[in-house]
Design a protein around this ligand. Structure first.
Ligand SMILES: Cc1cc2nc3c(=O)[nH]c(=O)nc-3n(C[C@H](O)[C@H](O)[C@H](O)COP(=O)(O)O)c2cc1C
Length: 183
């Protein structure tokens, strides 16, 4: 097996999981934003492998960086593709299904295994645009609060706003690691 971990992380939570996975599988972890422009080329990394593990943070249900990687021609020739993402939502079948439906094309759904892990939140590390988006999201939830009871995800979002939380848990990667090891 020749595998690589590629990830995209804005505030470090996906990076943490990517490095844990790479460590457990004795692989390299490439940061889509930095390493793959300077150290190695993305096409080069994808060309030589039969197993790709990609990870990205969730931003408005979309997996950051996934499209960029999946659009590379070389991905079609990789037989084993695993995708993990991190977010603030609680882990549930429903959340996992929603992420799957929103991020993978029909053809990819047949070949890609998706894993969802809880990441964290650090307002200070957000870009100007992401801070703005978070403020809008908070405003929307505040308005909903007046009309109906909030979901646990909405309550969770309000609770962490302007705070630092880290829900990362190394135990969660065990399934993915075992699956890759069994190939
Ligand atoms: C603008 C914005 C939108 C977000 N949207 C979602 C979301 O739709 N679902 C979710 O579970 N978490 C969401 N989050 C939380 C991030 O996914 C979470 O902080 C993640 O662990 C970040 O990973 P990263 O630091 O590796 O990019 C959002 C965060 C921001 C700032």
């Amino acid at each position: 097996m020749k595998a690589a971990v590629v990830y995209s992380s804005k505030t470090g939570f996906t990076r943490k999981y990517a490095h844990w996975i790479a460590e457990d599988l004795s692989l390299e972890a490439y940061d889509l934003k930095y390493d793959l422009n300077e150290v190695k080329n993305l096409k080069e990394v994808l060309s030589g492998i039969d197993t790709l593990i990609f990870g990205g943070g969730l931003y408005a249900i979309g997996i950051n960086g996934l499209k960029k990687v999946m659009d590379e021609d070389q991905v079609d020739g990789i037989p084993n593709v695993f995708v993990f993402c991190t977010g603030l939502s609680l882990r549930s079948e429903e959340v996992q299904r929603e992420i799957f439906e929103n991020n993978l094309k029909d053809v990819e759904k047949k070949n890609v295994k998706l894993y969802y892990y809880r990441g964290g939140f650090d307002f200070r590390k957000l870009s100007f645009i992401d801070r703005l988006l978070m403020r809008l999201m908070k405003l929307k939830i505040d308005m909903k609060k007046k009309k109906r009871p909030l979901t646990s995800d909405e309550k969770g979002m309000l609770a962490v706003f302007h705070r630092q939380v880290d829900f990362t848990d190394r135990e969660l990667i065990r399934d993915l690691v075992q699956e890759v090891q069994s190939l």
